[in-house]
Write a protein that binds this ligand. Sequence first.
Ligand SMILES: [Zn+2]
Length: 418
Amino acid sequence: MVKVAAATLALTLTLAGPAPAQDAAASLGARLLQDAGIKAAVEAIRAEEPQTLADQARICEVEAPPFKETKRGELYAQLLREAGLTNVRTDKEGNVLGELVGAQARPHLVFAAHLDTVFPEGTDVRVTREGTLMRGPGIGDDCRGLAVVLAVARTMVKQGLKVPGTITFVGNVGEEGLGDLRGVKYLFNEGMKGRIDRFVSVDGTGYGITHIAVGSLRYRVTFKGPGGHSYGAFGRSNPLHALGRAVETISDFEVPLDPKTTFNVGRIGGGTSVNSIPFEAWMEVDMRSADPSALQALDAKFHRAVDDAVRAEDARWMQSMLTVDKALVGNRPAGRTAADAPIVRAAVSVTEALGLPVSLDEGSTDSNLPMSLGIPAITIDGGGRGRDAHALTESFDAADSWKGTQRALLLAIALAQP
Ligand SMILES: [Zn+2]
């Protein structure tokens, strides 16, 4: 057991602060590694990688469809308890939390991975292993993250690492698709509101550091009218024609290249037969941008396009028959943590200290939410190499995956400094 005095760490390793500390941030990783206790922990987590991989497979073999993460959450709570965390609990939304109490309550770091997958109930989630290659739905996204977060917690407890701040380790629900970040939304807006100073999500494979949050808005738009016989009721406004008008306008939207801003009508439907004026037509629309104001501007154009399409279709027949409902089915806020923010510099620094490649990325992850609130947040990859995320053929190559676990551990230690 190696104990690192909290006071010593606090004095010598300052993460945030004015200009001199900024320079200190660049060498933070290397300086942390000079500490004997930290070095021992970083070596220990490498030796524990077989256990980490076994956990990764075990967690993955408990299914966690969207909105049905309970069973996997129960296992994760048990694993966090066995790892030695305190106050292990499940919140109202289904997030699983466990604490490593430091010398002080602040800074309070949340170190998370998501429990949910994109796969429906009943999916065969058995994991197979062939050499370093593991296969199974969700094995990388995000069973890898869950196993890494668990390994970091377990190693810090086992090695008796004392850090100045407090870390809450979390397995959160609702990252994927229509889950719409409900887990982190609950954490930041209710469960731990005002108590999170820094947030790291371990999601995906490789060594990337995501500090730009691509936001997205998703709508299901439903046009409705009286419908009728295509010949006998000819002259009534047609919901599908209105939809077509809306799609035409949307398809001509001009959007900025930088920040990259995108739109897509992904699905359409409606109608009952070729000889009926439909009483209903619907479409699903996805819009994205890394820039909140660009996304907002696009959103306004979208609303106008739909409303104008309804008016134009009614005007065409001199009627007022159509209604439209624009249901927001996805809202992932855009945001960013500046590349020179202490949390990003810390991540870069520990990545370099371990001799790993630095890649600053953008993406859509649980960090979107804290970034949009202005809370320092990043998402890091969990090491190894993943393929076919979100497909049944998903795989994870664990060759040298311990490097990702080491990086996560060193980052957690770095971010638990004042
Ligand atoms: Zn994920």
